[in-house]
Every structure is written in C-alpha cells, then in structure tokens.
Design a protein around this ligand. Structure first.
Ligand SMILES: Nc1ncnc2c1ncn2[C@@H]1O[C@H](COP(=O)(O)OP(=O)(O)O)[C@@H](O)[C@H]1O
Ligand SMILES: [Mg+2]
Length: 499
C-alpha cells in the first residue's frame, strides 16, 4: 500500500518535472491539443460504431424484405418451372439493389434452379445457410473473399416451393461509415488547426509581456536600471508591469542615492585626510618656528649666563630665561590643546567643551550658555565624546563666522540611552536646502562633516534654519552601540584614524 503510494508520488513528480519544465507556451498548446484530439478521437469512434450498427440493421431489414419479395414472386415461377422468368426476376432485383451480391433459388429437393453467378455457382456457398428452415427467414453472416456478407434464406410456401437465398454485402455500409469517419476526422483536423491558431494567439498575448518582464528583470539584475516594460493590457499582467516599473524606478533612485552617498563619503574621507595633513604641516611649522626658536634662544641664554661677569648680570639673565621658558611652555600647551584637548581625554566632554567655550567667548565676544546637567560627572564612549566635541566646535565656528549672532545656547542631554545635543544661535540663519544641495566639490564640508560624523555613530543630525531666523543644530546619537554593524565599525575606524 505504502509502496504504491510512493510509486505514485514518484510518477507524479517525474510527470511534473517534464510538464513543469516546458515553457508556458508549450503548456497552453499542449492543453489545447489534448482537449481537441482526445474528445475528437472518442467521438469519431462512437459515431463510427453507432453508424455501422444502424446501417447494418437497416441493411439486414432491407435484405429480408428483398428476399421475401422474391420468395413471394418466385413461388409461382418455380411451380410452373418458368426458369426464364425466374432468372429475369433475380437479375432485375440484383440490378435494383446494389447491396445484393448474389441471389439463388433452390427447389424443395434442395437443387439449385436459378442463380446470379456469371462464372458458375460456388459450391461452398451451399453449406453456409442450409440447416432445415422452419421460420420465416434466417440470416447467416459469413466471411467471403469480398468481405463480410450475410446470407438471408426465406422459404417459399413454407419450404414446399424451395428456398430463396439473398447474399448481401457490407461494402457499401463500410464505405458510408468510412466516408463519415473521414468527414469527422477532417472536421477534427480543422478544429485542431483552429485550436492551434487560437492557442498560439493566446500564448502570444499571455507570454509576450511575461517574456518581456523576464528579460527586463534579468537586465535589472545585472544592474541596468533603465529597463521599463510596456503595459500591454488592462489586466493582472498589466498591473504586474506597472509594479515592475515602479520597483525598478525605486531601485534606480536608491542606487543613485547610494552612489551619491558613497561619493560624498569618499570625498569627505579624502578631505579629512587632507585637512589632517595640513594640520600636521601647520603644527610642524609652529613647532619649528616657535618652539625651535624659543629653544635656540634658551641655548643662547645659557651661553650668556656662562659668560656673565657679575652675579647681578647672571640673575637678570636667569630671569630672562625663566620668562622665555614660561612662554615656551605656554606655547607648547596651546599647540597640544589645538591638536587634541587633553582635557577631553582626562576630564571628559563637558569639561572640554567648557574650556573651549571660555576661549571662544574671549576670542569672538559672543555669549555662550551651556547646559549639561544630566552629563555632569559622566563619561561617554571616547568616539562619542570626540564626535560631539568636533560637531559643537564646527557649529560654534560657523555661528561666529557667518551668523553675526550675539548669543548661542548649547544643550547636552542623556535620556533613554540616547545623547542629544542642541546648538542654537540667534544669528541671521541660512537656506539649509540650498547649501546642502550644492554639488560636491563646490560646497565646503563643515555641515556635511557634522552630518557624516553623527551618522558614523549610528546617529542623526538635523539642521533647522531660515534666513533671518537663527540656526539650530539637533544631534541624536545612540549610546548603546552594541547593535552597530561591522561595516559601520570599519567606517568608524577609518574615520577615527583620520581624525
Ligand atoms: N550658523 C550659521 N548661520 C548662518 N549661516 C550658516 C551657519 N552655518 C553655516 N552657514 C552657511 O552654510 C555654509 C556652509 O557651511 P559649512 O558647510 O560649515 O562650510 P564652511 O564653514 O567651510 O563655509 C556657510 O558658508 C554659511 O553660508
Ligand atoms: Mg564651517
């Protein structure tokens, strides 16, 4: 039982492999052909069998009627021995009935007294339908060289006058049946050709858009987003075409955005590296120019002390040297702070920003208030501290450079694992969309750098500003960085190494 079921499943799977493997066009053609040919053949056979049956029954009735007619008319001729008239009667009947193959008449002694054979009576015929006859007629089918025949025997005067035998052939019946069969077959052929034509047209209508979709999908898969397919009809396939076009459009847009972002990122990374090199150049120059000179002057000072002649002179020169050293230390500190405020590492973001803001207020005469009570005494991940420090630095620098503002407020807040930073100035503002939509290369990178820095940490930066209405920068950075992806990690590492 189970083996049977699994064998059936095997067969079914194999069948589906074959049927499912051919194209839709072949499937539809196959279904149509099957639906024309199978019923066509069944109908042909049924019609053929029914027709043959009816024709044969008719032939049989006809044969019996002929034999009876002859029997009635021949009985007198036999009794009067009028063989000439009897022969005439038989030939006349033959001529008028194409289905009659032969007629012969026997007398009561079972001797043949008349027949229609030109080349003599075939003796074998006598054995075919010769049993004693006490019914009105007897029909005996038999096979002859000319095909299927029936011998119909009808007694004359209940046998006393002899027996009339009429031989009927089925040739005409089968001719007719074959003619009808051929006509039906021709009809089926016509239906078959029509069916193929219709199926071909149907598959053309159905599969043409599908084949186009397949081709277009393959080209899209290879990255060609210019592909669009035509909406052929107002049906499900038309809807599919529309959906396909929409999908490709979105893909194309997403791809364009991705490429643009990637270009921006590349460009930005390059600029960061370039800026870093320039910064190093500047520091190298400063180290050389300022510290180098100061240290050289210290050597001169030492020599001067060596050459001092009086203790007073020596004291004065020592005093000079101390001043030079103090100045040098101050310069070294300044340089170190510019490089990276050590307070950022030692005391954290809030302290570093406080110090930066103090210097900033002195330098630009702009009032800055900072509120960071939820962060006080807390340390954030180092990359977050650096990023926020640089973002606020850039925002404050921009405000001083472009906004002409009098007051800036900086707000830092940690809530629900999210650090939010808001920098707001009361300056003249600007058209954010216009600035950000400038082509890469033409615009300066400050704003992009801020956005990019926030995004590298999985955060977000929004700029709100309008001409005449001040500028506000909103930054949100998630502090739970466990979820960051590996690609993000490499990018963060890349940028951090460049910072
Ligand atoms: N706080 C602000 N107030 C007014 N305009 C600003 C402000 N920040 C930026 N902008 C405008 O946006 C432009 C782009 O700024 P940014 O990307 O930092 O480049 P950069 O500072 O190198 O010019 C500036 O040239 C300025 O016109
Ligand atoms: Mg700037």
């Amino acid at each position: 039982m189970n083996a049977d079921v699994s064998r059936w499943h095997q067969w079914r799977d194999r069948l589906w492999q074959v049927v499912g493997g051919v194209s839709v066009r072949t499937k539809i053609l196959g279904i149509v052909l099957l639906m024309v040919i199978v019923p066509g053949i069944v109908v042909t056979f049924l019609v053929r069998a029914t027709l043959a049956e009816a024709f044969r029954a008719q032939l049989r009735q006809q044969g019996i009627a002929i034999a009876r007619d002859i029997s009635a008319r021949a009985v007198d001729l036999v009794l009067t021995d009028d063989l000439y008239a009897l022969n005439r009667l038989l030939l006349d009947t033959m001529n008028h009935n194409p289905d009659v193959h032969y007629i012969y008449v026997t007398n009561a002694e079972n001797q043949i007294i008349a027949h229609t054979f030109n080349d003599g009576f075939p003796p074998a015929l006598l054995n075919i339908n010769q049993a004693p006859l006490n019914t009105k007629y007897r029909v005996q089918p038999f096979q002859s060289e000319e095909g299927q025949m029936w011998d119909i025997a009808v007694p004359m005067s209940e046998g006393r006058g002899g027996i009339v035998h009429v031989g009927l052939e089925e040739t005409r019946v089968w001719d007719m049946v074959n003619t009808v069969t051929w006509q039906i077959l021709l009809g089926i052929l016509a239906a078959f050709l029509l069916g193929i034509g219709a199926a071909y047209a149907l598959t053309w209508v159905l599969t043409r858009p599908i084949l186009q979709l397949v081709a277009a999908t393959q080209r899209v898969a290879q990255g060609d987003y210019s592909q669009r397919v035509k909406r052929w009809a107002n049906d499900e396939i038309g809807d599919l075409a529309d959906a396909f076009n929409q999908m490709v459009e979105r893909l194309a847009r997403a791809e364009a955005e991705r490429t643009e972002r990637e270009r921006m990122r590349q460009f930005y990374l390059q600029r960061i590296i370039q800026a870093q090199e320039e910064e190093r150049k500047r520091i190298a120059r400063e180290l050389h120019d300022e510290l180098g000179q100061a240290l050289a002057s210290l050597i001169v000072g030492l020599r001067n002390i060596e050459e001092a002649r009086t203790p007073r002179e020596m004291k004065a020169r020592l005093e000079e040297m101390r001043a030079t050293i103090a100045l040098t230390i101050e310069r070294a500190r300044h340089l170190a702070f510019d490089l990276r405020p050590s307070v950022l590492d030692d005391l954290g973001l809030v302290a570093a920003l406080r110090r930066y803001i103090n210097k900033y207020q002195e330098r630009f005469g702009i009032q800055v208030t900072m509120e960071a009570s939820t962060l006080e005494g807390h340390r954030l991940p180092p990359e977050v501290e650096t990023t926020v420090y640089r973002i606020v630095q850039e925002a404050l620098t921009n405000a001083a450079r472009y906004s002409g503002c009098h007051h800036i407020s900086v707000l830092l807040q940690v809530r629900e694992g999210m650090l939010s930073v808001i920098v707001e100035d009361d300056g003249r503002g600007f058209d954010v969309d216009e600035v950000l939509s400038r082509k890469v290369g033409r615009t300066s990178l400050g704003l992009y750098g801020m956005i990019e820095r926030a995004q590298l940490l999985g955060g977000q930066l929004d700029i709100e500003s309008q001409p005449g209405g001040g500028t506000t920068i909103y930054v949100r950075i998630p502090l739970d960085r466990q979820k960051k992806s590996s690609t993000e990690q490499t990018t963060v590492a890349e940028v951090k190494s460049a910072l």
